[in-house]
Design a protein around this ligand. Structure first.
Ligand SMILES: *Cc1c(COP(=O)(O)O)cnc(C)c1O
Length: 385
């Protein structure tokens, strides 16, 4: 039987019940379930604010727009980012009219604090930290560096729904943390996300910008006359980024099961670890100190990656690659050459299948095939990373 990288799991009956409530009420848009989800997400994570959106991509852009406006950043100001990420991270920087500056990753596959320090300039305004695969890497050191220099910190937490660091859910100590609830992430809906700001003013600004700059609250304050309920002010151009109640209904259900689901992912990951740790040809992503990861990805690094991938595909095992070094894309080619570790990782990484449809026997099967495949393609032992 084919083994796929990701297979979303939904609590179908529970989801249908929540969605039914939206349809029967005749309210599928923003408000209602989106507000319920925001409140429940904040309650469960301890984050101060959350604004439910149609994607994490929208959230990353919105985070930068909001901070840029409040802090007075200029076009072309710099944001330090990683080349080892989904393109959303870096596109968001360009969408905000800012300049991505790539810094290298460490053995956790997250931004290396020393590499970040080396790429600071007088125009650095923010750092975009990606919690690769759900780990926090050396996030705390990057946070401290940002604080010491007065630089904003945005956590791309697309992989991190449920990740804990030092006992708390991640995101509370960033200026903004952005989560993805895309179907293949740890809290799958159809497609949605959330931006979680530390400050209430930023959350309020995001709410205005996420619906075309329409400022209903301001209007409500100045016009109590019910005759003018249909009127609103438009204070900004804004975007069409807000989430809807159908997605939020599904998110509410999935959130109930997030802890259980992530615990299961970690169990499966531990099983892979046990099966592969002894193989000198396999480099595992180290576990970050004080971090309970969400268990979004199970990345390994191997020699002859492309050959191994083809060998596994021929046996109906379909791993993924997270990620191609973004500086290989024409969009970001101007940043090439600064990140040798990310480049090397991008040539050797494979994400093994990890989802709730797997059982122990399938993990053993995949791990066994990986080792056989490494024999077959003649992979060399890993050099120390
Ligand atoms: C999936 C992902 C995103 C984008 O999430 P969407 O909700 O699909 O927009 C951003 N960053 C990273 C690292 C991701 O993996």
């Amino acid at each position: 039987m084919a083994v796929h990288l990701f297979v979303p799991h939904f609590s179908v009956e529970e989801c249908l019940e929540e969605v039914r409530a939206c349809l029967e009420r005749g309210w599928t848009g923003a408000g209602y379930k989106t507000l319920e989800f925001e409140a429940e997400w904040c309650r469960q994570t301890g984050l101060a604010h959350a604004h439910f959106l149609n994607s994490a991509t929208a959230g990353l852009h919105l985070a930068l727009e909001v901070l840029k406006r409040r802090l007075g950043w200029a076009a072309g100001d710099e944001v330090i980012s990683t080349p080892l990420t989904f393109v959303s991270t870096n596109h968001a920087i360009l969408h905000a009219g800012l300049r991505p500056v790539m810094a290298d990753v460490d053995r956790f596959l997250c931004l290396d604090p020393d590499a970040v320090a080396a790429r600071l300039s007088p125009r650095t305004r923010a750092v975009m930290f990606v919690g690769f695969g759900g780990t926090a890497g050396r996030y705390a050191a990057v946070r401290d560096l940002c604080r010491a220099r007065g630089i904003a910190l945005i956590l791309d937490a697309a992989h991190m729904a449920g990740t804990r660091l030092d006992g708390a859910h991640v995101g509370h100590d960033a200026d903004a943390a952005v989560f993805s609830f895309h179907a293949v992430k740890n809290l799958p809906t159809g497609d949605s996300g959330a931006v979680c700001f530390a400050q209430g003013v930023d959350d309020a600004a995001a709410r205005r910008l996420s619906w075309l700059g329409i400022d209903k609250d301001t209007y409500a304050r100045t016009q109590s006359d019910a005759t003018y309920r249909w009127r609103y002010d438009v204070a900004d151009t804004g975007f069409k980024y807000h989430g809807n109640s159908i997605m939020a209904a599904i998110a509410l259900v999935q959130l109930r099961h997030l802890e259980r689901d992530n615990a299961r992912r970690r169990q499966l990951a531990a099983r892979y670890r046990a099966r592969l740790a002894e193989d000198p040809r396999v480099t595992l992503q180290p576990e970050a100190p004080d971090c309970v990861p969400s268990g979004h990805l199970f990345p390994i690094r191997v020699d002859r990656r492309d050959d191994l991938m083809a060998w596994l595909n021929a046996r109906e095992v379909y791993p993924g690659v997270h990620y191609r070094d973004n500086t290989e894309y024409p969009m970001y080619a101007d940043q090439a050459g600064h990140c040798p570790a990310a480049r090397a990782a991008s040539l050797s990484l494979i994400s093994l299948p990890l989802h709730l449809g797997l059982d122990e026997a399938t993990v053993d099967h995949v791990a066994g095939l990986v080792r056989q495949g490494l024999d077959a393609v003649g992979a060399a032992p890993a050099v120390a990373s």
